[in-house]
Ligand binder design. Structure first.
Ligand SMILES: *[C@@H]1O[C@H](CO)[C@@H](O)[C@H](O)[C@H]1NC(C)=O
Ligand SMILES: *[C@@H]1O[C@H](CO)[C@@H](O)[C@H](O)[C@H]1NC(C)=O
Ligand SMILES: *[C@@H]1O[C@H](CO)[C@@H](O)[C@H](O)[C@H]1NC(C)=O
Ligand SMILES: *[C@@H]1O[C@H](CO)[C@@H](O)[C@H](O)[C@H]1NC(C)=O
Ligand SMILES: *[C@@H]1O[C@H](CO)[C@@H](O)[C@H](O)[C@H]1NC(C)=O
Ligand SMILES: *[C@@H]1O[C@H](CO)[C@@H](O)[C@H](O)[C@H]1NC(C)=O
Length: 259
């Protein structure tokens, strides 16, 4: 009987921890050049707060989103499976590269617009970005005149704003209706910045080089699985399937990056 119990327990554990990641194995736009045949599963709502707190580090961007409640706008749009959302998330180091007064000087409305400027109210796969013929200029979530241009230089996709031209360095998550792409600079629209915002005086020092910053995107392809290792979110109790799959997507997204 104990033997049976043990088998049973093992089976349950296996179902809890193995099955979800298999069941949710992503129909990745990276691996599949042809559009997925759309089996129309129940919409899987991504919790953007959770996603952004485990990937990255994106703490600066996330804290601005929370502070301004723009996170709610994004989450609402993510739940709207008709259009979906595409978010360009700058790494913490991208914010650190700019003078602190750049953001401290903004009004709350300007800060909101700046954050909304980092998203399209529509889901785009990377494959669609590579097929740029008719997209530019693309209106952002901040409104009509706040637009971005996408460029593709031999597979290197850049997102062009007035004062910065960051490249997409990683796909953090990309399954309709939600796409989250990591960029290496903050987007700086002319509607908010009348001149090119100054860089921080000194190069960002030690804090950025903690182990969790050994991102899969840092070039050598040798540190692929460290994004979540020193989880700063202390939400270790949340090992449920959804959370685990975020990690899975975050890591596999990084691994698949070959731009
Ligand atoms: C996302 O998760 C956070 C905590 O992990 C929770 O506070 C928040 O309500 C969740 N948001 C949604 C839209 O489910
Ligand atoms: C998004 O959908 C989830 C799951 O259906 C729900 O819990 C959450 O409240 C929704 N959030 C918003 C902002 O609509
Ligand atoms: C921020 O405001 C101060 C005072 O108005 C000004 O001196 C400074 O140049 C501004 N910084 C930026 C980046 O606009
Ligand atoms: C790319 O463009 C072609 C021609 O406009 C179109 O047929 C194709 O579906 C597009 N592919 C994607 C991934 O959008
Ligand atoms: C996008 O491209 C158009 C046409 O080349 C240009 O007029 C516009 O200024 C560009 N926008 C940005 C944000 O670079
Ligand atoms: C990449 O790896 C090679 C060989 O392992 C090493 O010599 C080089 O310093 C590494 N470059 C970076 C940027 O880590």
């Amino acid at each position: 009987m104990d033997f049976n119990k043990a088998i049973f327990a093992t089976t349950i554990l296996t179902m809890m921890f193995i099955t979800p990641s298999i069941a949710q194995s992503p129909p990745s736009p990276f691996l599949a050049p042809t559009p997925a045949p759309a089996p129309a599963p129940a919409p899987h709502h991504v919790n953007l707060t959770d996603l952004l707190s485990v990937a990255g580090p994106f703490h600066t961007f996330l804290s601005y989103l929370l502070q301004t409640q723009v996170i709610n706008t994004f989450q609402n749009q993510a739940n709207n499976t008709d259009q979906g959302i595409t978010i360009f998330v700058p790494r913490d180091s991208a914010f650190a590269a700019l003078k602190q007064s750049t953001f401290a000087n903004l009004t709350q409305d300007q800060l909101k617009s700046l954050l909304l400027y980092h998203a399209f109210p529509k889901y785009y796969s990377l494959a669609e970005f590579k097929n740029l013929s008719s997209l530019n200029p693309v209106s952002t979530f901040a409104g009509g005149q706040y637009s971005l241009n996408l460029t593709d230089n031999m597979g290197l996709i850049r997102v062009q704003s007035q004062w910065s031209n960051p490249k997409i360095t990683s796909s953090v998550f990309s399954t309709a209706p939600v796409a989250v792409y990591e960029v290496d600079k903050v987007l700086l629209p002319m509607q908010i910045f009348s001149t090119d915002p100054p860089l921080a005086p000194a190069p960002a020092p030690a804090p950025e080089t903690k182990p969790s910053d050994l991102s899969p995107t840092s070039g050598n392809g040798s540190a692929p699985k460290s994004t979540q290792s020193s989880s700063p979110t202390s939400s270790s109790c949340k090992t449920h399937a959804g959370f685990a799959s975020y990690l899975f997507f975050a890591v596999s997204g990084g691994l698949m990056l070959s731009l």
